[in-house]
Design a binder for this molecule. Structure first.
Ligand code: G
Ligand code: G
Ligand code: MN
Ligand code: NA
Length: 254
């Protein structure tokens, strides 16, 4: 069997594709500001596959739409659970850049929000750009539809080739996630540190929430807090955890 036909089966199987969730925290209060959903494939023969092993194949196939809606459906189950427990913590889902070319996606997501009884503010969509951002008007329409619904948009991996200043100037977003390559090298590299400082200042100027990714040490955490960074995510706080653990962990932080 090919990976794609196996993925098709996994989307029916219900227990193979599971979410890991990683909280992000407010650097001054420690309160959770969100949790990011990261897909894992518990493959019956190949072991646990990470997104790098199969998301590209999905993107290049006709399965991308179904795969994306599967992930959003699972994320909204978590979001509903979090809301039922009285917490105001949104769940973030990573989109593929290709998803922004799918004009049917906003309505499909609207339908899932209704099914789960989840308010749109409880969903964040993390986006990046691709090298071939061919159909700019479609992308603009899709993003405008999400935002008109009240869904928040985060620009992921900011500062890398897949997430540029030009993209930020063109697409309306609510949040910027500083790529972990810069956060990890902040202490050794004046360039990396300057890019982090710059992104925080840019966020302040544009009224965007800035989230630092890949925070692994207390030193990085403290440096970010001193720079006025609002929120952070990384192994220093939490590793991605199974969906059935997230409500308990968020409750302890709230
Ligand atoms: O979980 P991990 O660190 O392996 O994630 C690697 C990459 O896969 C990240 O860039 C992340 O944005 C992406 N990713 C994780 N989950 C999903 C998903 O559900 N859909 C898409 N399209 N990308 C995902
Ligand atoms: O591109 P994106 O930001 O969506 O990537 C998320 C990926 O980063 C996930 O695969 C997650 O497992 C990984 N990740 C999360 N926190 C850390 C961290 O502190 N260090 C490293 N190296 N990776 C991290
Ligand atoms: Mn992400
Ligand atoms: Na990403």
């Amino acid at each position: 069997l090919t990976l794609l036909s196996e993925l098709r089966e996994a989307l029916e199987a219900d227990d193979q594709l599971v979410l890991a969730l990683q909280p992000a925290v407010d650097l001054t209060t420690g309160a959770p500001t969100g949790a990011e959903a990261l897909i894992r494939w518990r493959h019956p023969r190949r072991g646990v596959l990470k997104p790098g092993d199969f998301v590209r194949a999905a993107e290049e196939s006709d399965l991308l739409g179904a795969f994306t809606l599967y992930v959003i459906d699972r994320a909204l189950r978590v979001a509903a659970d979090v809301a039922a427990n009285g917490m105001d913590v949104p769940i973030a889902v990573n989109l593929s850049a290709h998803n922004l070319l799918d004009q049917h996606l906003p309505n499909a997501v609207q339908e899932l929000l209704r099914t789960h009884g989840v308010a749109p503010e409880r969903l964040v969509l993390e986006i990046t750009e691709t090298v071939v951002m061919s159909d700019q008007e479609v992308i603009d329409d899709v993003l405008a539809a999400f935002r008109a619904m009240g869904i928040r948009i985060a620009l992921d991996d900011f500062g890398t080739g897949y997430s540029s200043l030009a993209f930020l100037a063109r697409v309306p977003v609510d949040e910027v996630k500083v790529d972990r390559s810069f956060v990890m090298r902040m202490a050794e590299s004046p360039q990396a540190a300057a890019i982090v400082r710059f992104t925080i200042a840019l966020g302040q100027e544009l009224g965007l929430r800035v989230v630092a990714e890949g925070v692994e040490t207390a030193a990085q955490r403290n440096a970010l807090e001193n720079l006025g960074c609002a929120a952070a995510q990384g192994y220093h706080f939490f590793k991605p955890m199974p969906a059935d653990k997230i409500v308990a962990v968020l409750s302890q932080l709230t």
